[in-house]
Design a binder for this molecule. Sequence first.
Ligand code: ZN
Ligand code: ZN
Length: 409
Amino acid sequence: MIINADLHIHSRFSGATSDKMNIQTISLEAPKKGINVVATGDCLHSGWLKEISQCNVIDEGTFELNGTRFILNTEIEAEKRVHHLLYFPNITSVWDFKEKIKSKSKNLETDGRPNVSMSGEEIAQICKDLEILIGPAHAFTPYTSMYAAFDSLEECYGSLADYVSFVELGLSADSDFADKIKELHRLTFLTNSDCHSPHPVRLGREFNRFEVEDATFQQIKKAILRIDGCKPVLNVGLPPQEGKYHESACMKCYTHYSLEEAKRRRWRCRCGRKIKKGVKDRITEQSDFTQPIHPGHRPKYIHLIPLPEIITKAVGQRNPFTQTVNKRWNELIDAFGDEISVLIDVDIGDISRVTVPAVTEAIQAFRQNKILIRPGGGGEYGKIELPQTEQDLELPPNPEDIQTSLVDF
Ligand SMILES: [Zn+2]
Ligand SMILES: [Zn+2]
């Protein structure tokens, strides 16, 4: 069977997260995005683990509520502020892991994403002993990532580098960027939302499509390890230009700089503040190849712009959190079931019967790859722009565009 899985979120027990990140709301919102499996996040936190245990038990590592499946996972911040993602086979392994790190953490019971004063190698050793999967989270971001602190997997995980089975690309990168780095070729790429809110512009904005026999932890583990016929078949994510740290840019005034210019300016903006190195430039520094070379096992990567963002632009709203955007989003989801169907599959004529012309035209523009993106950087998300002229929208679709962006859906 084919499943869509968002394997990195945060609960209401993590810092700076929405109160709505409770298990009930997540279980109800995920299907509207077309997501079947969500990794819980924050599973080392007692309060969150208690909430997870209200779910139905599918097996020792898989839980279910309102039709959404959950697997146990957490993110932790290790030495040098590197973030790691962990996937646990069962609740016993969660308790055992906690026991082994508790003397190294001061906020294990207070923050869903705890800090531990341990190296990547020390954590990976415990993970290996307890059969927990581990890999770097949002590997290229300028803060709190493996490539922010280190130049290689081995520097980060030492003798346990071989045990690492996946790397999370983060919002500002995709397979074309990451496959310029040779040491990542053997790893499975994960594309996850890392969301702090269940709003449809966040939850499931990136996800993985796996071929598995059942939507369980053990099957997803096999898919990540690519064994027994289980495998990732698609990575889905934002266009990397939409990410907050895609290009190098000033943290204050958001002026963008090329890598050469930023170096020449010694990473100081003309306004005096610091220029933050973008993911694009960090990957260039790490690249072994000028063009991506995809290994045979690498699935296709598809860029999706969240539907609420498209609606926001179409109906002239400032942000996607307004009632108007919600109303337009809900009427489409009520009519067609989930967001992926609306963005990709449903006949545009059927969409036009449910929503206003401006939204239909904007969805059509997305399908024709006509939405423009001003790249993000310095902590500011990229911005999307709809094509300007009516005439532009009325052009017949270019079959090739549709081919490249819609295949597999
Ligand atoms: Zn993180
Ligand atoms: Zn500046």
